[in-house]
Design a protein around this ligand. Sequence first.
Ligand code: ADP
Ligand code: MG
Length: 810
Amino acid sequence: MINYERLERILQHELRSGCGNRAVINGLESFVLVWREQSLAQSTGDDERARVGAIAAGLDGYAALEVPQREESLRRVLSMLADGGPVARAPTAASQPPQTPRPAAPPAAASARPVPPPRRERAPARAAPVANLSVPVTAVRGVAAANAVKLAKLGIATVDDLLNYYPRRHVDYSALKTIDHLVFGEDVTVIGTVTEVKTFETRRGLRITDVTISDDTGAFIARYFQAPYLRQRLRPGHLISVSGRVGEHLGRIVMSAPEWELVQPDMLRSGKIIAHYRLTEGVYPRTFREIIRHAVDTFAGTAADHLPMGMRQRARLLDLPTTLRQIHAPESMQMLEKARRRLAFDEFLLIQMNVLRQRKQWQSQPALPLPGDEHALDPFIGGLPFPLTGAQQRVIDEIRRDMGQPIPMSRLLQGDVGAGKTVVAAAAAQVALHNGRQVAIMAPTEILADQHFRTFTRLFGGAVAIRLLTGSQSKKEKDAVKAEIANGAAQIVVGTHALIQDGVDFKALSLVVVDEQHRFGVEQRATLRQKGFNPHMLVMTATPIPRTLSLTLYGDLDLSVLDELPPGRQPIVTSVRAPSERERTYAFIAGQVRQGRQAFVICPLVEESDKLESKAAVAEHKRLESDVFPTLKLGLLHGRMKGSEKDDVMRGFLNREYDILVSTSVVEVGIDVPNASVMLIEGANRFGLSQLHQFRGRVGRGPHASYCVLLADSETEQSLQRLAIMEQTQDGFRLAEEDLKMRGPGEFFGTRQSGIPDLHVAQLTDVRVLEDARQEAQSLFARDPELQAPEHELLARRLAQRLRASGDLS
Ligand code: ADP
Ligand code: MG
């Protein structure tokens, strides 16, 4: 089955995110290369092969293109993809000759046939020692060709995929709550009867569908946004189960966009624990459960365990067959927990293995040691307008020591907003300059690059040749800078990540500093190595992540933490306000503008949907402009704008062309607008505390007293209490921990700025499992880094598979 959809998704993502070639790790081309190979292997005819070839060719040389050309080629390829039509273009499983004896055949026989495993091109060319499950999903009883097409939309092509398609949650039907027992703030599943479905539109143009659900004890509303089709799907009298967080609106119980499923009466009677899956249109929960049941019955028992026996025993883990049975059809909550633990272990182990491999690869080539004794930095530090904090001093020492080694540094510098990371980076740069080497500073966007360019120029004065290289410069300017980079005249070069890609050749690159985007560092290392560079690397992030998590997720990087803010920082006065105080807040903003200040207004998150969110922001901008602040100048920033448009707006705001900037959550992390003094966040209860903290960090960057106002659009005790922590602390790490405690980890990291690989089963709060997996990974890696021992073969294969499937696990 050719996965056009995944390609399409990635291309759309790339397009949306401004064509920065960051939608997948290692860049689009390497993804397309793999996709092409896989697809050719799966093509059923010459036409199909030609089509695949043409699509892949459409993205040739992508990395070397400028943004407008990138956009053009993306659009061209996307339209090629769209032309095929969603179903017609996918060769159905039916069009392939049946490759395995169907239903009753024992799975061992299935694997004895020379079935080409669907994702074989990069898998180790070794034979599976036992029955493997890489047979088409049609081998499962009850899966006809038509079903297979739909399953493919879920990324399920083989039996193995199917068994590893884990439920997103389980509902224990023997322990359900009645509506009168719902508690605000709790995550629950409730079953009731639909009694009314009502649709209406809010002032801001959001279409809302309210579904009233009742049982013998009471009623509540499940509220959905922009989902008018629910009127067709849900009718009074339907028995429905909804899962979500219990909220409140004007004294009534309201669940905001809970997941729902129609319930069959027999599910209730069974009193069992039932798995719920994330499904796609046309795949019904009941059918899917049936299919899974057959797959588990027939195949789970023969699933070859990729964890070596010893490891399983040490970590007290279930074996794979039991795990698969219990995750899909648990016999008890205890067994379910054990299965989940085993799968979480697997997940962490694979992440760790990969991270360790990355580190080893990075360090396998020597770096040029850049010695600098204790006093080498004295003149630089003495020239700063302020004394360093203790934390800055300590971290600079760590970096200096790293850079003196013949092994390339790979260090993550974590520090809260405003902790002073830039000066640390400048000190590292100074070490390289001291040794006559070049430095590249990379920022995720042009505007941040601009900002760094100005800061560095200020810090180093005229003594150092600092250059800026960004996409919006004229070709002539760029060529001039490139020439200076090549002949070594440019000592520090600041730019976007194009800096290390677009035919830029450094004469003596020895340090790369990457700001504000954690994935960036990992992602670009391969590129650097391909170019023959093995520089020291410093990655900086303001995302506060508790230490255990960093160790696992960024285990390839050494960690430095700036845990001390420079003295004399004015705290940003933060207040949580009820929606009824909105007018007062507007008056306050108007007052600040009269004093010459500027303000940000952040719009609420809308169902994690860029499109709806942008739409809401456009509406809010219009409303504020015409009804609230008719005499002020308002700018607008949202995720559907092109990268260059966003840069223009940000620049305009920086230059005071706007008094107020209305923005979705895309507002730039790390950008300094010293004149802005108010940050108003609408729907603050929908954001994680960490994200609110990042927004708040956008103000208070200048000499002015600054304010952050959090407007909640729900007034439940719980949400107000959670927000109240923002009033009490300015400590990003503490807020991150609170986030982890109070919200699920998925929510904490589900927000857009996270750079953390998706976890399917594991939760970041599974600290014990995480530690176990980390230990096992380390000792395994020490013994058999390439996983060449026969008992590690299956594990190696899982690792390769996971890397390919996610394309971004690192
Ligand atoms: P971030 O860690 O968010 O990138 P910056 O590096 O932008 O923070 O620093 C924030 C502000 O603090 C800058 O204006 C910088 O000049 C200032 N700063 C940095 N270090 C110190 C210090 N030791 N003492 C006083 N001010 C400092
Ligand atoms: Mg910064």
